[in-house]
Write a protein that binds this ligand. Structure first.
Ligand code: HEC
Length: 116
C-alpha cells in the first residue's frame, strides 16, 4: 500500500513527538518526592487523603497505598491522569495549574505512599 504524500508531514511530527517523549523520559522519572509532598498537601490531600487511601472529602478516590494497584500503573499513566484529570469524575486536570516539574514531583510522592 502507498501512503499518500499528504500524510508524510503528520507521520514526521508523530515520530518527532515520540522521539521527544523518549528523550525526556529519564528526566521525568526523576521526580522529587519531597517537593511533591508539598504539592500534594496543598492540592490533592483534600480528596485523596493524607495517606492516599482516598478518605478525603472528595468521595471515592483510588487507594494510592494499595501496592498491587499502584504497581500496575506506570509513572506515565499517573502523570497523564494528573495532567488531564478524569473527565466525568471528581478528578480535576492539573495541566494548567501545576508546572510539569510539580506534576512529576507529585507522581514521585504518590509512589512513596505505596511503600511498606
Ligand atoms: C476534587 C477532588 C480531587 C482532587 C483535588 C484531586 N483528585 Fe485525583 N482523583 C479524584 C477522583 C474522584 C479520582 C478517581 C477518578 C476515577 O474514578 O477514575 C482521582 C484519581 C486520581 C488518579 C488516578 C489513580 C489511578 O489509580 O488511576 C491520580 C494519579 C490522581 N487522582 C492524582 C491526583 C493528584 C496528584 C492530585 C493533586 C495535584 C489530585 N489527584 C487531586 C479526585 C481528586
Amino acid at each position: 500500500m502507498r501512503i499518500p504524500e499528504a500524510v508524510y508531514p503528520k507521520l514526521a511530527s508523530c515520530a518527532c513527538i515520540v522521539a521527544l517523549l523518549a528523550l525526556s523520559a529519564p528526566v521525568w522519572a526523576a521526580g522529587d518526592p519531597g517537593r511533591g509532598e508539598v504539592v500534594y498537601e496543598k492540592n490533592c490531600l483534600g480528596c485523596h487523603g493524607k495517606t492516599g487511601s482516598g478518605l478525603g472529602v472528595g468521595g471515592a478516590t483510588p487507594n494510592f497505598a494499595d501496592r498491587a494497584r499502584m504497581t500496575s500503573k506506570t509513572d506515565a499513566d499517573l502523570f497523564e491522569t494528573v495532567t488531564h484529570g478524569r473527565p466525568g469524575t471528581g478528578m480535576p486536570a492539573w495541566g494548567k495549574v501545576l508546572s510539569e516539574t510539580d506534576r512529576w514531583n507529585v507522581v514521585a510522592y504518590i509512589r512513596t505512599l505505596a511503600r511498606p
